[in-house]
Design a protein around this ligand. Structure first.
Ligand code: ADP
Ligand code: 5GP
Length: 236
């Protein structure tokens, strides 16, 4: 299907649209809703990964689950537009995912980490990178735990990565706080159309970032203490 070009940003926006932000901010949910609302205009970019599928995940829909050897071969052969190691596993965007948009197809929506986003920004000048933030520490931790897909130890690991991602947030183009999902999707669409949007580093953003960092540090400590107590209990 051919997509109507998105106006704004001077010329028709061909993407890619890149969503970054700490684990649990809602990148996957926002990307899915965006495509659901505008299926002809946007398409999810399905990444390749070496990590194991989680319960309910499907190969080819959620990720292309590949061996480390196949992943490295794809990268070596130039089949990945970007790739990075995240939480000890490799993740990458197949270069083929970016091609349909160049031929008038839907804009690819990439849900990737900050290292990958930097690579995309270097290679695709037209890329729009939006940093997604959860609305506050309590809501964020509740969402991460509520997703129910990771163990407490894995959540602590993701929070440590999140602290590094938050520290780099300022270097990205635009920010959307994901409190209400539909509003967050509306804000992403507004940014795509080229109107408005807060550029990095505003005062509201700085205090939200500090609150999220404090919340993450507190939660990491709590999870580590609980883990130590559980290990001591097992040893007794
Ligand atoms: P990410 O892809 O950034 O790691 P997810 O999209 O998996 O985050 O979202 C983390 C959890 O938060 C999921 O369980 C999701 O359903 C929930 N969630 C996402 N956005 C919202 C929102 N606006 N309001 C409430 N819950 C949300
Ligand atoms: P998850 O294991 O929760 O699905 O994803 C872990 C992290 O990997 C998330 O931060 C996600 O954005 C990132 N990620 C997913 N796909 C890609 C990709 O193709 N490239 C890069 N660089 N990161 C990715």
């Amino acid at each position: 299907m051919s997509a109507a070009p998105l106006e704004g940003r001077g010329v028709a926006f061909r993407g890619p649209l890149v969503l970054v932000g700490p684990s649990g901010a809602g990148k996957t949910t926002i990307a899915a809703r965006l495509v659901e609302r505008h299926p002809g205009r946007f398409a999810l970019s399905v990444s390749a990964t070496t990590r194991e599928p989680r319960a309910g995940e499907e190969d080819g829909r959620d990720y292309r689950f590949v061996s480390r050897r196949d992943f490295d071969e794809m990268a070596r052969a130039g089949g990945l537009a970007e790739w990075a190691e995240v939480h000890g596993e490799r993740y990458g965007t197949p270069a083929a995912n970016l091609v349909p948009a160049l031929e008038g197809g839907p804009v690819p929506v990439l849900d990737i980490d900050v290292q990958g986003a930097r690579q995309v920004m270097k290679r695709a000048a037209a890329a729009l990178v939006i940093f997604i933030l959860p609305p506050g520490p309590d809501e964020w931790i509740a969402r991460l735990a509520g997703r129910g897909t990771e163990s407490p130890r894995e959540i602590a690991r993701r929070l440590r990565t999140a602290l590094r991602e938050l520290a780099e947030a300022r270097s990205f183009h635009r920010f959307v706080v994901n409190a209400d999902l539909e509003r967050a999707v509306d804000e992403v669409l507004t940014l795509v159309e080229g109107a408005g949007g807060e550029r990095g580093g505003g005062p509201g953003f700085a205090s939200l970032r500090r609150a999220l960092e404090r919340g993450a540090r507190f939660e990491i400590e709590r999870l580590e203490l609980a883990d130590e107590a559980a290990s001591a209990g097992q040893g007794a």
